[in-house]
Design a protein around this ligand. Structure first.
Ligand code: FO1
Length: 337
């Protein structure tokens, strides 16, 4: 089975870890492969280095190296370099870069500087963490530089201004209302090699509980991605990133408000309405009212406290997709079906 998933940061990475665990524990699925199309809109240049938070969060989480409580960055991290940068007054100081994590950014920046593409660099970094051996391929959504910027009101009568997503997300903790999100560079971006094929050739497509606006929403803005999802014979099953209308982590509610939507599982499903076939919501968000009639909605607990519950959620998403496949014209039979 070929599974393709569009993923952002922490929620997406935890779901994917559960998915791999579910596949490994299910004999008929253990040789399934997973292609992750990762969001690069969070990427930022810091201290001369290219930092790719969502790609690294997926890589570290699936590679067993993530700082479990934070959900991002490395376990057993130290911050000696950051302390030195602060002592020199190097800016910014609001984005924590640990010593181990800096190793990733230095290697990435060196290879990018030597002319390798972000896809090639990401493949090299992931090889170190053993992702290919586990049937996992992480593709950046595009090899072109794209950065999400957030439009916020100016102070007093100052005009509105755009700041980097990370400054809004980390320094401001999304505490200032976002007026709009702009994927700077998207107009010159092309899908990275293998991205559109991974969507067209998938047996199952999954949308983990990532931020629908600034993670999955940004990936959907890459030319050709949305059309490929609409045209793919594979069923698309998503997992709501909200429980009782609130994000499990992060600020998806503030992001939905910014684009004029309520913070509900229905509103998120509406963002994917033109290609979504199945949708998992938490019991707290039932009754499943207000969803498109053709959408297959299932309710279950969506808390991913650790790998087991995440594996159960991922398993239910895969099972729903396999069920939906049977009713899809043109879906080729699954191996062993
Ligand atoms: N999030 C924070 O809230 N504070 C930080 O200092 C911070 C540093 C950081 C460094 C590397 C990295 O890969 C992620 C980091 N994050 C931090 C998380 C990051 O802002 C978010 O995970 C994503 O960009 C949103 O999904």
């Amino acid at each position: 089975m070929r599974i393709t998933a569009l993923a952002g940061g922490v929620g997406g990475a935890r779901f994917l870890r559960g998915l791999r665990a579910h596949l490994d524990r299910t004999p008929t699925l253990s040789n399934a492969t997973v292609t992750v199309i990762g969001n690069t809109g969070d990427d930022i240049n810091l201290f001369g280095l290219r930092v790719c938070p969502d790609l690294d969060t997926v890589m570290y989480t699936l590679g067993g190296a993530v700082h479990e409580d934070q959900g991002w960055g490395r376990a057993d991290e130290t911050h000696a370099v950051q302390g030195e940068l602060a002592a020199y007054g190097a800016q910014p100081q609001w984005f924590g870069l640990g010593d181990l994590d800096l190793g990733t950014h230095i290697a990435r920046s060196q290879w990018l500087g030597q002319g390798l593409s972000l896809s090639e660099v990401t493949a090299r970094l992931c090889a170190r963490w053993g992702l290919p051996d586990r049937g996992i391929r992480l593709l950046p959504m595009t090899d072109s530089p794209v950065e999400t910027h957030v439009v916020i009101d100016g102070d007093g009568d100052a005009p509105a201004r755009a700041i980097h997503f990370q400054e809004w997300w980390v320094r401001m903790r999304a505490g200032v209302p976002a007026r709009n999100f702009i994927a700077v560079g998207m107009d010159r971006a092309a899908a990275a090699p293998g991205v559109l094929e991974a969507i067209r050739e998938a047996d199952v497509i999954l949308l983990p509980p990532s931020n629908p606006v600034v993670s999955i929403g940004i990936i959907l803005g890459v030319p050709g991605v949305r059309d490929a999802l609409r045209g793919s014979p594979a069923p698309v099953v998503g997992v709501s990133p909200l429980i009782a209308g609130a994000p499990v982590r992060g600020h998806a509610d503030a992001c939905l408000t910014a684009i004029g939507l309520e913070s509900t599982a229905q509103a998120v499903a509406g963002l994917y309405a033109d290609f979504l076939d199945g949708w998992l919501i938490d019991d707290a968000d039932a009754p499943a009212l207000g969803f498109a009639p053709r959408l297959e909605v299932q309710t279950r607990p969506l808390w991913m406290r650790d790998v087991e519950p995440a594996a159960d959620i991922a398993g239910e998403a895969v099972n729903l997709a396999v069920k939906l496949r049977r009713h899809r014209p043109g879906a080729n039979p699954l191996a062993g079906e």
